[in-house]
Ligand binder design. Structure first.
Ligand code: URA
Ligand code: SF4
Length: 236
């Protein structure tokens, strides 16, 4: 999948909040040589959203990577803007691209069932987003440079939501959040960290539709999430 070089790109990984994004953009022009990697330039070019309206408008008009060329619309996310739970998938598919909402196709039905199984409901204390906001052609896995280009938007969403727990579904979500190579089978059942926020890694629902034998493990992961959230709330 050619994931090697991207995890070294520096700018999007450190820019978590609008303030940091702005600082990054201000400093990058003055301090960096023109040979610096393109991700730095991208971050400098992204308008600095401060609230949900600005973020939504910026993403809707975004042309920071080639995925903008074939999308019908960018899909920012759905749910409670101050939810305790943030679920992050890979990228919009055909139905999501059509409707402008994440996880509304078959994988979305499974995700809804998974949420229900631990007492959650789309939109109620849950926010659902994707690692990239525009549909990759043929539903291919997003390329590392596309994930890097879109990462500041996910970072901005996290800064606005301030979730107690982030659930990364599948490798692209896990890798863009954790900025490291991830194998789901070894990363699951542990609590990782995104800028001080706990992250749990699990299988992507579309993968589970293809590999139903792993649904038992996904159920274990759901129980682990629920337990972790209880502990987080108890420790408040
Ligand atoms: N798969 C994803 O990763 N995200 C969606 O929104 C739909 C399917
Ligand atoms: Fe912009 Fe993200 Fe869409 Fe690429 S995928 S065009 S970075 S919103």
């Amino acid at each position: 999948m050619g994931l090697g070089p991207v995890w070294k790109l520096r700018a999007p990984s450190v820019a978590a909040t609008a303030t940091e994004l702005r600082a990054e953009a201000t400093h990058s022009a003055a301090e960096r040589a023109p040979t610096d990697d393109t991700a730095v330039t991208r971050v400098a070019n992204i308008a600095m959203p401060m609230d949900w309206d600005e973020l939504a408008a910026t993403v809707a008009a975004c042309r920071q990577c080639r995925l903008c060329e074939v999308r019908k619309q960018a899909v920012l996310g759905v749910g409670d803007g101050r939810a305790d739970w943030l679920f992050v998938g890979e990228g919009p598919g055909a139905e999501e691209d059509e409707r402008g909402e994440p996880f509304v196709g078959q994988a979305g039905q499974l995700l809804d069932n998974m949420l229900t199984s631990i007492g959650l409901q789309r939109g109620r204390d849950v926010y659902i987003a994707n690692a990239v906001k525009c549909r990759p052609p043929e539903n291919r896995t997003p390329d590392p440079d596309e994930l890097a280009a879109c990462r500041p938007y996910l970072a901005q969403q996290i800064a606005l939501i301030q979730p107690k727990l982030i659930v990364a579904m599948g490798r692209p979500a896990a890798q863009t959040l954790l900025q490291t190579e991830v194998k789901i089978s070894t990363a699951r059942t542990k609590v990782h960290d995104y800028e001080g926020i706990p992250v749990i890694v699990t299988y992507h629902p579309a993968y589970l539709l293809r590999s139903p034998l792993d649904k038992a493990k996904a159920w274990e992961d759901l129980c682990f999430m629920r337990r972790t959230m209880r502990q987080l709330k108890a420790n408040q």
